[in-house]
Design a protein around this ligand. Structure first.
Ligand SMILES: Nc1ncnc2c1ncn2[C@@H]1O[C@H](COP(=O)(O)OP(=O)(O)OP(=O)(O)O)[C@@H](O)[C@H]1O
Ligand SMILES: [Mg+2]
Length: 258
């Protein structure tokens, strides 16, 4: 089976990127797949949610600063690895920017090339920014954009689309968003319904069929570093929705031929 890559990105903070990237990691793993999750966000939320200690030195960002070094993933359990976040260090952004000017945003793609043989899925969780690190990620594989169903969050979507279009015209002709995932939906709130309508009007069939509801089990599973699919959350509609997300995204990645 060839390695599928997926970059979970959305410049708006609190969109559900980490909830989605980690749910997909647990979800593909429970299907018996070998999974690598790369945490590119210096906040280290995905790293913590997988129960891994954050990197004291460069970890996930090492690919930019030391392109000759291979990733050193931590193992959560057999078949489930995490490249921990590089915790924030002053001046890091500037350094990364300098490196990017020299190499262009293709280095993450190459860093993944070097480790991908060991995995069936390589997932990337991005920070809420459109800085040089995120540019690199957007050029590294198909993109899934979780969008919180508020009008403010939906209004940020065109910004992501613009950056992806720019990458496509320049260094990454294959860059594309394969799906927009509505998250934290509250059907009884008109704000949530209107935001969903606006997203569907904008992105049409690229909006996933699954709507992830607002569900405390999701927040709890992240905080407790447990799989949202563990037995204790079996009655929650949040993890249930994420099972559908795993299915839908799995199918989209099968259909995607670059
Ligand atoms: N479906 C959900 N229902 C309830 N709470 C959620 C849901 N998804 C995520 N959360 C919670 O909302 C907050 C933001 O979610 P998450 O960290 O996944 O977003 P993010 O896009 O990764 O944020 P950031 O941009 O800061 O990286 C977290 O506290 C998380 O536990
Ligand atoms: Mg996050």
């Amino acid at each position: 089976m060839r390695t599928r890559r997926l970059v979970v990105a959305m410049p708006k903070g609190g969109s559900g990127k980490t909830a989605t990237a980690t749910a997909l990691a647990w979800g593909f793993h429970r299907m018996g797949r070998r999974v690598l999750l790369i945490d590119l966000d210096p906040q280290g939320n995905a790293t913590a949610a997988m129960g891994v200690a954050p990197g004291r030195e460069y970890r996930s960002l090492e690919f930019l600063l030391h392109p000759d070094r291979a990733f050193a993933p931590a193992t959560v359990m057999e078949g489930l690895d995490v490249v921990p976040a590089s915790t924030w260090r002053s001046g890091l952004d500037l350094e990364v920017q300098k490196v990017n000017q020299l190499t262009g945003p293709v280095t993450l793609r190459e860093a993944i090339d070097r480790v991908q043989a060991a995995y069936e899925y390589v997932l990337v969780d991005c920070a809420p920014s459109l800085g040089p690190v995120t540019y690199n990620a957007l050029a590294a594989g198909p993109i899934l954009a979780p969008v919180e169903t508020t009008r403010l969050a939906v209004s940020v979507v065109p910004e992501l689309d613009r950056v992806v279009a720019t990458l496509r015209r320049s260094v990454a002709p294959a860059a594309k968003v394969i799906g927009y995932l509505p998250t934290r939906c509250v059907a009884r709130l008109s704000e949530s319904r209107e935001a969903l309508g606006a997203l569907e009007a904008m992105e049409g069939s690229r909006v996933l069929r699954t709507r992830v509801p607002f569900a405390t089990a999701i927040a709890r599973s992240l905080a407790e570093a447990t799989s949202p699919f563990s037995r204790r959350y079996r009655h929650s509609k949040g993890p249930h929705a994420y099972l559908h997300v795993v299915e839908e995204v799995g199918a989209l990645l099968e259909e995607d031929h670059g």
